[in-house]
Design a protein around this ligand. Structure first.
Ligand code: SAM
Length: 193
């Protein structure tokens, strides 16, 4: 019950007009038939939106380290009549996704939770199709006292960039329309990509 309440709050935050959800979704240039991995899918607001946008010929991997969260999203997706979502429990060492299967890896407000983000995203490279992309949104450090700052729920943009570059990615776009959050797009340096 408490979990459901918390996840509904997460979804309310993700979908609130001030958080720019529609603009985020449009910026991702999602097309029908794509495969998207929503890393740290939480309450699943973005998972379900992705599932609608990729359509019946596409699929979405909802990935989270908490089984209860994935169960919550499964119930929401059944209620919404969406059956193109697969649920993947992240293990402590990382995430197992099929090789060369994903067009877009999306991680919103998750980066700061990862103890070893370079290893985590380095391992995920194998899941990307050639030309695949990674979109990372996280809180930026704010001035003054705030919940985000007190609980260190943020990552400086430079830290994300350095970490991703050390994991074999290259920054190719950056959006600045989210107040208090960065939104970066990465591609791969590998030859196969
Ligand atoms: C602040 S929530 C963000 C949820 C969602 N992305 C959103 O924007 O509403 C962070 C999520 O990351 C998940 N998480 C934490 N560590 C993780 C890991 N190693 N792998 C996958 N998910 C993780 C948490 O369980 C939680 O659901």
């Amino acid at each position: 019950m408490l979990t459901d309440f918390f996840l509904k709050m997460l979804n309310r935050e993700a979908s609130s007009p001030g958080r720019g959800a529609v603009r985020i979704l449009d910026s991702l240039r999602i097309t029908e038939g794509q495969t998207i991995a929503d890393i740290g899918s939480g309450g699943g607001y973005f998972t379900l939106e992705f599932a609608r946008r990729v359509g019946v010929s596409g699929r979405v991997f909802a990935v989270d380290s908490k089984r209860k969260y994935l169960d919550f999203i499964r119930r929401q997706s059944e209620r919404a009549g969406l059956d193109n979502i697969e649920f993947i429990l992240a293990e402590s060492g990382g995430v197992r996704l099929p090789a060369s299967s994903v067009d877009l890896i999306f991680a919103r407000n998750v980066f700061h939770h990862l103890p070893e983000p370079a290893r985590y995203f380095g391992n995920l490279r194998a899941a990307l199709k050639p030309g695949g992309r990674v979109a990372i949104i996280d809180h930026t450090p704010e001035r003054g006292l705030s919940f985000v700052k007190m609980f260190r729920h943020f990552t400086p943009v430079e830290k994300i960039r350095e970490t991703m570059e050390s994991a074999g990615y290259v920054l190719y776009e950056s959006f600045n329309f989210l107040p208090g959050q960065s939104f970066l797009g990465f591609g791969c340096l590998d030859e196969k990509h």
